[in-house]
Design a protein around this ligand. Structure first.
Ligand code: OOG
Ligand code: MG
Length: 261
């Protein structure tokens, strides 16, 4: 068997994605895959996608809430990339045929008005760079069997990114109390979880600052115009054909998503 390299790991994950097939943890086969190397895999994977014509439109945070950390068994937040191919229009059924085992999670989403470059970004400075705040959904899909991974695995896999939806309703950041913003998540009309914005790192702006500071360690910044997903407020829920997931936010409005039949 050929040796594991950054390129091979990126190709393995891309192959799983394009064949809609999951597989075992890469760290089981390549125990030397550490966090720094995993981010190089993530960037290589992104390079393959942009090389094929996709455009970077933002960044995502993952595992920023206790609910998500507990479910995935990993207590460290991470970042990943968003491309234009992942963006879905709000209100349309989501085609599931290219996905392995999709799950949906409600998130508070920022549109950036200014570039935000770490290190030492504070939540206050982060919020000052925001143009608007929105309700959103992330559809996550892991290229690992049963969403079972160690931190380097999920980092390499671009933080289980798959699709995202941003509500057309937007508010300026200073128009609402983001830590107190409520979210009720329901599946086919039945409430399954509730949370407030404080679920993500105490405040969504703290999550945004965390993203800027962690990207800065790799010489990267959050660019003006980008979309930033601040992380699932609640545990993610299964998305199947005909399943409707609704997130009722306090000030940010209600957003619903249905799996196409
Ligand atoms: C990892 C991605 C986590 C979030 O919002 O916490 C994430 C996973 O749960 O598979 O996107
Ligand atoms: Mg997410």
């Amino acid at each position: 068997m050929a040796e594991w390299t950054i390129e091979r790991a990126a190709d393995e994950l891309l192959n799983r994605e394009s064949r809609t097939r999951d597989g075992g943890r890469i760290t089981d086969l390549w125990p030397e895959l550490d966090l720094d190397t995993a981010y190089l895999v993530q960037d290589t994977l992104l390079g393959r996608k942009t090389g094929a014509g996709e455009r970077v439109v933002g960044a995502k945070l993952g595992l920023t809430s206790h609910a998500k950390q507990q479910r995935m068994g990993i207590d460290s937040p991470l970042t990943g990339w968003l491309t234009d191919a992942m963006r879905l229009p709000a209100g349309e059924p989501v085609a599931l045929d290219r996905m392995i085992h999709p799950r949906v999670e409600p998130e508070i989403v920022f549109t950036m008005g200014e570039r935000l470059s770490g290190p030492d970004v504070t939540p206050e400075r982060a919020l000052g760079a925001v143009a608007s705040v929105h309700a959103g959904f992330e559809v996550i899909d892991s290229r690992y069997r049963d969403f079972s991974f160690a931190l380097p695995d999920v980092v390499a896999d671009n933080a289980s990114s798959c699709r995202f939806v941003v509500s057309p309703v937007s508010l300026p950041a200073d128009a609402l109390d983001l830590a107190a913003e409520t979210c009720r998540l329901s599946v086919d009309g039945e409430t399954v979880a509730t949370a407030t914005g404080a679920a993500v790192q105490g405040h969504p702006a703290a999550a945004l600052a965390l993203a800027a500071n962690s990207l800065a360690r790799r010489g990267l910044a959050i660019e003006a115009g980008w979309t930033v997903l601040t992380g699932g407020l609640t545990d993610a829920v299964f998305l199947g054909p005909g399943v409707t997931v609704t997130a009722e936010f306090g000030a940010l409005g209600t957003l619903a998503l249905t799996g196409a039949v």
